[in-house]
Write a protein that binds this ligand. Sequence first.
Ligand SMILES: [Ca+2]
Length: 274
Amino acid sequence: MKQTQRFSIILLSIVGLLSLGTDRLLSYAQGVGQDSVLFFTSFESETDTSGWQGVSTSQFRTDAPLNGGAQSLFISGGCVIPHASYAISALENDSYLILRCWGKNLGIGGSVTLGLASQWPEGLHITIEDSVWTEYTSSDTLFCPKGEGLLLALFAGGIVPSAMEVDLIEIHVVRIVVEVENDVPTAGHFELLQNYPNPFNPQTTIEFFLPRSEVVTLKIFNVLGNEVTTLASERMASGLHAQRWEATGYPSGVYFCRLQAGDLIQTKRMLLLR
Ligand SMILES: [Ca+2]
């Protein structure tokens, strides 16, 4: 008889840093640690308005915070419906998000809101209240279940119209929740051992013990749950086995090795640090 244990591993995702294109953007991302950027706009070009509802380049102003480029977005009027909004498609994993932006209040202020499409307008709310350019970071995180869409919205004022400028709006994935299903045998000594060295760069060794001959599959997955490589897929004799993973060419970050032997599965977390 086997017992199924489910557990969650909360971990930092650092894959997104590698996709940032310039030193300027990188410096902002590093400000909140090693995480990934789900959404970024600095309102510097026509392309920064694509996907936005209610935003046009005529709203660009030559006025932006330090390192925010030359332009920012001016919005005015305002009511209880968003002045501008952006829909973000569903995420592949349960994720915790934070919201960052720069803002400048030109009236009674406004807000930048990030919420789940299904629970709008609950979510993260940043109030733009200072009359000089100020960097804002949400004090809380937003849990976004996988498969949920997100909505980002800008409000100028509330019931009373107002005006504000915003720039450098970013959504960071600060944590990804990966659920691993782990079947633990109650008899025998089937065991996947922790890889060594760990953290590693770029080679590591993964050992496992088979109490009897089994068809074995040993695979590596990234934090998004995508398969990276297959290290073994064959029938193996009983006893201790070792497989080496050469991770040259893969980005730094958390990986999982998953061993399946017959109908038994075990998973270990590994950290590649360059
Ligand atoms: Ca800008």
